[in-house]
Design a protein around this ligand. Structure first.
Ligand code: SAM
Length: 344
């Protein structure tokens, strides 16, 4: 056991699991609940993503390995590497290296690399003209893990709008975009929400504009896939919180779809395992728009079947093509990813 694992398990003893959480998650996970909690209470592997805007994958890998760092490829993201440790010292603080300050890599959880990977999985890398014309929106961008990944897939071409509602989170977003060397972005501070005055949806970008080729909605969520990173999701958990998040998620996914060009692609993702925030939100979109279609996700990753029936939730059978992963599937955080096309 490493020092990190020891620390994690000791502090886990002090966390009280709310009965309302335990009941819900036993229903969601069935006989996989105990394993889910075991992984949720254990040390999370550190992971980095090579920033190909500044350095090639082989060059950074060679540079870090020469310094004694032991890396292992993330199977579903060619720029991603698990940090297995250091050859000589018991250390994992790879974020303290000068290569990090120089923006050669970004410390990012391996499952969090999925949404941008899925959003760009169909694009040919050498199609330079396609990137020049590309307009991409990252609707919930801060602190920018996925925005920086999107920028590197766009090769700093086209336009990338990084939006968030929370001004305090724009500071880390800006710092991350600068460190990574992103030059094709605009940062916006817009709230997509139901107006308090007349109850109608409000879209600061203008609802009639089908403007974007690609959109990422990495929605605010109850975060129950991230317990192994922080126990906040456990302490904050409540049915009332889920209800409020569901209202926001419906607003975000609907506005995002309205802003997508016909033929455009969008990804809806969360780091929660809650079906009301995942399969039910995507089903809400399918119920609203006949031209929304869920696309299959073909990646080298172990997955759990999407939830197509749960209590009284309205879930469409097409959600079977969504990607649902639990911490125990790949020894990462838990995540949910859905790829959606807007048909003409
Ligand atoms: N995509 C980010 C990344 O990978 O670094 C993480 C995004 S975090 C899961 C969700 C974000 O949504 C938060 O930064 C939050 O401030 C933002 N948010 C919450 N409500 C929003 C709204 N109504 N409109 C836009 N963004 C919102």
């Amino acid at each position: 056991m490493t020092l990190h694992e020891h620390e994690r398990i000791v502090s886990a003893d002090k966390i009280e699991i709310k009965p309302v959480f335990e009941d819900r998650y036993k229903k969601i996970l069935g006989d996989r609940y105990a394993e889910f909690m075991e992984f949720s209470m254990s040390y999370l592997r550190k992971c980095v993503r090579v920033n190909t805007l500044k350095i090639s994958i082989p060059d950074l890998k060679a540079r870090l390995e020469k310094k004694g760092w032991v890396l292992e490829q993330v199977p579903w993201c060619k720029e991603g590497f698990f940090v297995q440790g250091h050859e000589e010292m018991d250390r994992f603080d790879i974020g303290n290296l000068p290569e990090h300050a120089l923006g050669y890599f970004y410390v990012q959880e391996a499952a969090s690399m999925l949404p941008p990977t899925v959003l760009f999985s169909d694009i040919k890398e050498n199609d330079a003209d396609y990137f020049k014309e590309l307009k991409v929106l990252d609707l919930c961008a801060a602190p920018g893990s996925k925005t920086t990944q999107i920028a590197q897939y766009m090769k700093n071409e086209g336009v990338l709008i990084a939006n968030d509602v929370d001004i305090s989170r724009l500071r880390p977003l800006t710092m991350n975009l600068q460190r990574i060397g992103v030059k094709n972005m605009l940062i916006t501070l817009n709230a997509f929400q139901y107006s308090k005055n007349n109850g109608k949806p409000r879209n600061p970008f203008g609802e009639e504009k089908e403007f974007f080729d690609r959109i990422l909605v990495d929605a605010p969520c109850s975060g129950t896939g991230t317990i192994r990173r922080s126990f906040k999701a456990l302490t904050m958990y409540s049915p009332g919180l889920i209800r409020r998040l569901v209202a926001t998620q419906k607003t975000l996914i609907k506005h995002a779809f309205n802003m997508l060009k016909p033929g455009g692609t969008m990804v809806y993702s969360t780091c929660t395992q809650e079906p009301a925030e995942n399969e039910a939100i995507v089903s809400f979109l399918l119920n609203q728009f006949d031209n929304a279609e869920i696309l299959p996700i073909d990646l080298d990753i172990k997955r759990t079947p999407a939830i197509t029936e749960f209590e009284d939730l309205d879930i469409r059978p097409e959600t079977k093509d969504c990607l649902r992963i639990y911490p125990q599937d790949n020894d990462t955080e838990g995540f949910f990813v859905c790829k959606i096309r807007k048909n003409a």
